[in-house]
Design a binder for this molecule. Structure first.
Ligand code: FES
Length: 262
């Protein structure tokens, strides 16, 4: 992420600073101040969390560490996990390309600078991790008005045809270098579309903010995956990525779950 800070984060801090000054001047009653300056604090810093899942091919119902090589590329299923707050779902997606012969091949996701249209600021999306550098993760809460999966979900390349006509037209118009060959994240609430290959940047409005990006870590020896922190705009509906809810129950471990497709 660049040194720039999303103004919404700065705004929240300004409110707290401003209220502190009012309190110091005796300008507000005690009860009001307690309600206003005591946000729901989930965490004070981002935990590093290992991702687990129930491997659908193992026949074992107990969650095991998620390995990059076992996770399905271009999966039409919705895979999410909660991090860092228990009410905060995130997508995890393994991107690939469909060749003209129908074969799916991995696509390396490079770091990219993403613009937050609402503020004009930017952040650096970290790129993909895993054996083929093609696993990415984003907040699954739409940045327009907060719709969650399955209403918002990833459409792999094989499902692009099922998108609304205006979205397909936008993809065709913007796909100058093949950057939209790997599917999109689309929200059926009001039509916002995000590009998972380009840091969940905006493809169609009404959102003016990309999806917050999760920084993942991959251990090349074990092939295990970890979530480290979020960057980009603040998760929709939260005063910050760490407040506005309770921390996940086990800060060392979060389980990736499969939701039914919409
Ligand atoms: S909440 Fe997703 S487009 Fe409006």
């Amino acid at each position: 992420m660049t040194g720039e800070q999303d103004p919404s984060r700065r705004g929240f801090l300004k409110v707290l600073v401003g209220l502190s000054a009012v309190v110091a001047a005796g300008g507000l009653g005690k009860g009001v101040v307690q309600n206003l300056v005591t946000p729901s604090v989930g965490l004070t810093s981002f935990p590093e969390t290992q991702l687990y899942w129930v491997n659908p091919n193992s026949g074992n119902s107990a969650p095991v560490p998620l390995k990059s090589e076992e996770f399905q590329m271009n999966s039409p299923s919705i895979w999410i996990y909660y991090y860092p707050l228990s009410d905060e779902p995130n997508f995890i997606i393994k991107l690939g390309k469909i060749e003209t012969n129908g074969k799916e091949i991995p696509v390396k996701v490079d770091p990219v600078t993403v613009t937050i249209d609402a503020t004009g600021t930017t952040f650096l999306s970290p790129g993909g991790v895993g054996k083929d550098s093609n696993i990415v993760s984003f907040s699954a809460i739409c940045q327009h008005l907060g719709c969650i999966p399955p209403v918002i979900h990833y459409y792999p390349p094989s499902e692009i045809d099922s998108l609304p006509a205006n979205v397909k037209a936008a993809i065709a118009a913007q796909n100058t270098n093949g950057e939209l060959d790997y599917g999109v994240i689309h929200c059926n609430c009001h039509g916002s579309t995000y590009n998972p290959f380009m840091g969940a940047g905006i493809v169609t409005h009404p959102t003016y903010r990309p999806l917050p990006n999760v920084i993942l870590k991959w251990d090349p020896i074990t092939d295990y995956l970890y979530a480290k922190k979020l960057i980009g705009p603040v998760v929709f509906g939260h005063p910050s990525d760490l407040t506005g809810g309770n921390a996940i129950s086990n800060l060392k471990k979060s389980t990736v779950i499969k939701m039914s497709s919409s």
